[in-house]
Design a protein around this ligand. Structure first.
Ligand SMILES: [Zn+2]
Length: 293
């Protein structure tokens, strides 16, 4: 059987899922509630989101663990140990028979830790070991390279898995791209690339799918690693108390050929994307995969 990493390195493109949090909110999750706790309290609802993405054509699913580290769970009133939340999340994603990546969102700035605590920086103790039964680990929405590099260097228990690392950028006044901490796409490639199996870009302020094409080109100019993207559905606007994302499924799908030609080999969606977006992506991905067979 092809491993996830072999599939990622092939010329064929892989389709990922879209946003989880917003889909859970449609199923009743309150903004202040802990969505990761739902892996245990409302497993059928989390499973229904995975199923919707699998039915839309996603071959790669992310676990519902974006903020499953201990401090992030506690902050939202969840008293469960991270490992229980992670194991439950993996089980729910695995039900669909697709590749499953353990999802890790941003974590605290390393400079808030003292020397001793730095040694147990959370991803390595809280969520990475239980994720060793996934097909890979995806760290996303990262702005600061330093804690990520430190976590990667610590070689946690699940380090045999491919580690995929995705940065989030904003547009600068000069028209370039920087993370909130000031790192450019080129710096990301240079510093994170040697420690990652694949590099990505996801979400971002004023960084939609069109801007992702530019960022991918900057990655491709500097690395041979597989590149993946999870764009958001545009920058949302608040209307009648609801966040509305401007980019619909067909509009986003129309940018996929440019992304694929720029070198992307795995595509999903971040905030505002839905199973309808992934279904629209599937048509373009299928066409691409027929052309490279
Ligand atoms: Zn997002």
């Amino acid at each position: 059987m092809t491993s996830f990493l072999d599939a990622l390195r092939s010329r064929r493109a892989l389709l990922m899922d879209g946003a989880m949090g917003a889909e859970l909110q449609k199923l009743g999750l309150k903004p202040e509630e802990c969505g990761e706790e739902w892996n245990l309290t409302h497993p059928e609802r989390v499973a229904s989101v995975h199923r919707a993405y699998a039915e839309a054509g996603a071959e790669v699913l992310l676990t519902n663990t974006f903020q499953a580290i201990g401090s992030a769970l506690e902050r939202r009133g969840c008293r469960l140990p991270p490992s229980r939340v992670v194991y439950a999340a993996i089980g729910l994603a695995r039900e669909q028979g697709k590749w499953v990546l353990g999802d890790i969102g941003p974590f605290e700035d390393v400079h808030r830790f003292d020397e001793r605590k730095q040694k147990c920086i959370w991803p390595c103790v809280d969520v990475v070991p239980p994720m060793s039964i996934c097909d890979g680990i995806l760290v996303e929405t990262i702005s600061d390279i330093r804690p990520l590099v430190m976590a990667l260097e610590m070689k946690p228990a699940a380090c045999h898995l491919p580690f995929l690392a995705s940065a989030t950028y904003l547009r600068t006044d000069g028209g370039g791209f920087r993370t909130f901490n000031g790192h450019t796409p080129e710096t990301w490639v240079q510093q994170v690339g040697p420690r990652a199996a694949a590099l990505g870009v996801n979400c971002g302020r004023d960084v939609g799918i069109k801007e992702c094409v530019e960022i991918v080109r900057q990655y491709r100019d500097n690395t041979e690693l597989p590149i993946f993207v999870r764009p958001n559905a545009g920058t949302p606007k608040l209307e009648n108390g609801q966040w509305l994302y401007p980019h619909g499924p067909e509009e986003m799908a129309s940018w996929l050929p440019a992304l694929l030609q720029a070198g992307v080999r795995m595509i999903g969606g971040c905030c505002g994307t839905t199973p309808a977006h992934i279904a629209a992506f599937k048509k373009v991905i299928d066409e691409w995969n027929r052309s490279v067979r």
